[in-house]
Design a protein around this ligand. Structure first.
Ligand code: GFB
Length: 402
């Protein structure tokens, strides 16, 4: 008998240690949150990620780290790239319980989220684009309708058997008691997994969630690649990173400046209540002349204020036109060389911009916003194209606020 007890105890310990070593620590009795980062490209998804992380923490549920959704030219279906292809998982654990979607689906889903219990959550009914799927008797989230919705859940062979409409609950856990309401309406015992059709977060990211960026750290592949590029391709000394967002999608997006108070990430320079001003076109699409003027001014300013840490080069990241020729001819007389990556890589561009000594970004772009937040966590300076407005620049009050 004694021997049998010992044997059972041994088997129990072994099975526990296998669970730990396989990357999960067993079922979370407080439940899970999963969502599709179905809106926008990387900058949008990163904003949403920070909000979703805060939301999961407030509800005390484990956050399932979704893959990043990417779009390649000429491909009809989005590609899902594992969360940890770019970022470390462990630093996030300092803030809250998380695990990758692959870990969850491989190790826990059969037990926690059987196929017959997979319910999709949306605020209210979402109509299908295929009219025949819309049944007035049976409103539905149509969580897998269209791209990237279908491809996202298909990555892990997830189908939903039911829809749940959570309205009027919302995600602003910082300014209301809504987290307790979520817990009361959806207790983990009956709702082990809340699966959202979109991120449970706002865009742009709420001010309160910006500091969470410090837990989102590049994995060693990107840290090393950024360090190697800086060391091997840029001249020794300080460098200025710049983001030129100027592709055709951006030209079109900037047309909305005239009828908006805010556009995309604009609160990062204008303030969430426009306390630092209203939108104007140069903030979105600065002219080439204005870019060159601002670069020269920034380089001169740094020379005067930090003579021991002079800017020696400019690193340009862009979705379209890097302006390498124009910038080289404008800056070579100042002894500055201008560089870009040999091949397009939006993530490596971001990782390098995060490390630059100075950074000029586009205030409206959520891609630039990612860089600003990362730099803020290290205390590195960030400036924006066309900000403050040239006509305000001579007003000392705006300078002080900056
Ligand atoms: O990241 P994102 O949401 O930022 O989308 P915005 C822009 C995408 O363009 C990035 C590429 O995810 C990259 O794939 N991209 C932008 C870049 N800048 C660079 C760069 O410097 N280097 C490289 N390699 N790639 C808005 C969206 O984009 O654009 C809106 O927020 C909308 O949803 C609008 O689509 C038109 O905020 O800049």
């Amino acid at each position: 008998m004694q021997w049998l007890k010992l044997k059972l105890c041994f088997i129990f310990i072994i099975s526990i240690s296998i669970r730990f070593s396989s990357g999960n620590s067993g079922r979370d009795p407080n439940g899970y949150i999963t969502y599709c980062p179905c809106m926008g490209r990387f900058g949008n998804q990163a904003d949403h990620f920070l909000g979703s992380l805060a939301f999961a923490k407030a509800l005390n549920r484990t956050l399932i780290l979704p893959p990043w959704v990417e779009y390649r030219q000429g491909e009809l279906r989005s590609r899902q790239v594992p969360f940890n292809a770019y970022f470390e998982v462990n630093p996030l654990l300092e803030y809250h319980r998380v695990l990758t979607m692959a870990d969850f689906m491989w190790h826990l889903a059969d037990d926690v989220w059987p196929e017959s219990e997979r319910v999709s959550f949306c605020y209210m009914e979402r109509k299908s684009l295929q009219e025949e799927k819309n049944d007035p008797e049976k409103p539905n989230c149509h969580a897998k309708d269209g791209n990237p919705f279908g491809p996202f859940w298909d990555t892990f062979h997830i189908d939903f058997v039911k829809s749940e409409f959570y309205g009027p609950l919302h995600f602003d856990v910082h300014h209301s008691a809504v987290a307790a309401k979520w817990q009361a309406k959806y207790p983990a015992e009956t709702w082990p997994v809340l699966a959202f059709t979109g991120a449970p977060a706002s865009f742009p990211v709420q001010l309160e969630n910006c500091p969470l960026q410090k837990y989102l750290q590049w994995n060693s592949r990107y840290r090393d690649a950024a360090r190697d590029f800086i060391k091997e391709q840029l001249p020794r000394g300080a460098f200025l990173g710049i983001h030129l967002r100027n592709g055709i999608d951006w030209v079109r997006a900037c047309e909305h400046v005239k009828d908006s108070q805010h556009l995309f990430a604009s609160p990062q320079c204008l303030g969430y209540r426009n306390e630092r001003g209203n939108l104007y076109p140069e903030l979105c699409m600065p002219s080439k002349e204005a870019i060159v003027r601002q670069l020269k001014r920034t380089i001169k300013n740094v020379r005067q204020t930090q003579p021991n840490n002079e800017i020696k080069s400019v690193f340009v990241a862009s979705d379209s036109n890097h302006m390498i020729g124009e910038l080289n001819s404008a800056l070579s007389r100042m002894g500055i060389s201008v560089h870009k990556l040999p091949e397009d890589d939006p993530y490596l561009d971001l990782a390098i911009l995060g490390q630059s000594n100075h950074f000029i970004g586009n205030c409206i772009s959520s891609y630039s916003a990612f860089v600003k937040r990362e730099r803020d966590t290290h205390g590195f300076p960030t400036y924006f194209w066309g900000f403050p407005n040239e006509k305000d620049r001579h007003q000392p009050k705006v300078h002080e606020e900056l």
